[in-house]
Design a protein around this ligand. Structure first.
Ligand SMILES: O=C(O)C(=O)C[C@@H](O)[C@H](O)CO
Ligand SMILES: [Mg+2]
Length: 382
């Protein structure tokens, strides 16, 4: 079998799908994207496609290593997201060619279901209680919300109290029947992270995500030493080489590689194994679409240390399309009592409505995240 063509579709809400065709008629789908830099990743996919067209799609490891090493420069969000989408599609092809779901090719099921969590509250989480109650009514008991709005490099008690008040309201309204992670989203710098985490301790969030930016990961062990709240990070780490120093330095309790940013299934399986060696759990980051989610699920069902799966149903970014809009086999993604179950169809197990993808990819908007600024006019981390 040989790869014959790569086609990319940028489409609402802010996703990109990649279709890889072969000379035997088997097609694989991947989801390479960096939210807000889709055109850059699209260009990278087609540059890297030169190393894929004409090759045997079964040789995933050789193709992955070639894509990573052959161009001299490596790593980073753009190239690793392009590799991720190509890798996902190659696994999809391999599973379809052999007639088995990808998790079987990764060693088979290590669990029967994986707990999902849902976002509530949007960019400026004020009233998250209604959202939690609606989702709790359909079985969710685990949520994630932004831990704060803009937080100045040195901010005042009122801003800290406003952030902590949201966590207090959640516990007041929902008690301990639910769990919630707080995503600091990289908005908080190290001095303020120490202050904010200390004030949040009494409300026992399940984890604090990106307490500081990945480029400040040397603070993870220091922050972990001051709190019992588990530290989570990984969406802005793009290979096992980015994770290795963070894991070795300690402080991380939950590794959150993104299957569409960190080199795909091949790389994230290696990251999962590295994390397990350091007694770090796995909770793949996934605010994206169905192919990214399916790739996460196959890794979850083959990785012992997988504990939670993010999914984008109802997420505040999904304007213009929802998680399963382009999926034919929606029923396979049903979340019963807040859990996902294995995708058992051959390959990734996602049947794409290609006609709708082609239609919706025409003239699609090029999503950008908002640019925030502090009161003094300087740019703030979003
Ligand atoms: O889902 C998360 O944990 C996020 O932090 C969302 C962020 O990754 C946006 O997708 C960036 O555009
Ligand atoms: Mg996050």
């Amino acid at each position: 079998m040989k790869v014959t063509k790569l086609t990319t579709y940028r489409l609402p809400p802010r996703w990109m799908f990649l279709k890889i065709e072969t000379d035997e008629g088997i097609v694989g789908w991947g989801e390479p994207v960096i939210e807000g830099r889709a055109k850059s990743v699209e260009a990278a996919v087609h540059e890297l496609g030169e190393y894929v067209i004409g090759k045997d799609p079964a040789r995933i490891n050789d193709i992955w290593q070639t894509l990573y090493r052959a161009g001299f420069y490596r790593g980073g969000p753009i190239l690793m997201s392009a590799i991720a989408g190509i890798d996902q599609a190659l696994w999809d092809i391999k599973g379809k060619a052999l007639g088995v779901p990808v998790y079987q090719l990764l060693g088979g099921l290590v669990r029967d279901r994986i707990k999902a969590y849902s976002w509530v509250g949007g960019d400026r989480p004020a009233d998250v209680i209604d959202g939690m109650k609606k989702l709790a009514a359909i079985g969710f008991d685990t949520f994630k919300l932004n831990g704060c709005e803009e937080m100045g490099l040195l901010d005042n008690s009122r801003k800290v109290d406003a952030a902590v008040a949201v966590a207090a309201q959640v516990r007041e309204a929902m008690g301990y029947d639910i769990e919630f992670g707080l995503d600091f989203h990289g908005r908080v710098n190290a001095p303020m992270a120490k202050v904010l985490i200390k004030e949040l301790e009494p409300y026992r969030p399940l984890f604090i995500e990106e307490p500081v930016l990945a480029e400040q990961a040397e603070y993870y062990p220091r922050l972990a030493a001051q709190t019992s709240i588990p530290i989570a990070a990984g969406e802005r780490m793009f290979s096992r080489f980015d994770f290795k120093r963070v894991l070795a330095n300690g402080g991380l309790s939950i590794a959150q590689p993104d299957l569409s940013h960190a080199g795909g299934i091949t790389e994230c399986m290696k990251i999962a194994s590295m994390a397990e060696a350091y007694d770090v759990t796995l909770a793949p980051h996934c605010p994206l679409g169905p192919i990214a989610l399916a790739s996460c699920l196959h890794v979850d069902f083959a990785s012992y240390n997988a504990v939670l799966q993010e999914q984008s149903m109802g997420i505040h970014y999904n304007k213009g399309a929802e998680l399963l809009d382009y999926v034919v086999n929606k029923e396979d993604f049903t979340m019963n009592d807040g859990y996902f179950y294995p995708l058992n169809k051959p390959g990734l197990g996602v049947e794409i409505n290609e006609e709708l993808v082609i239609e919706r990819s025409k003239n699609t908007a090029d999503w950008r995240n908002p640019v925030w600024r502090y009161p003094d006019g300087s740019v703030a981390e979003w």
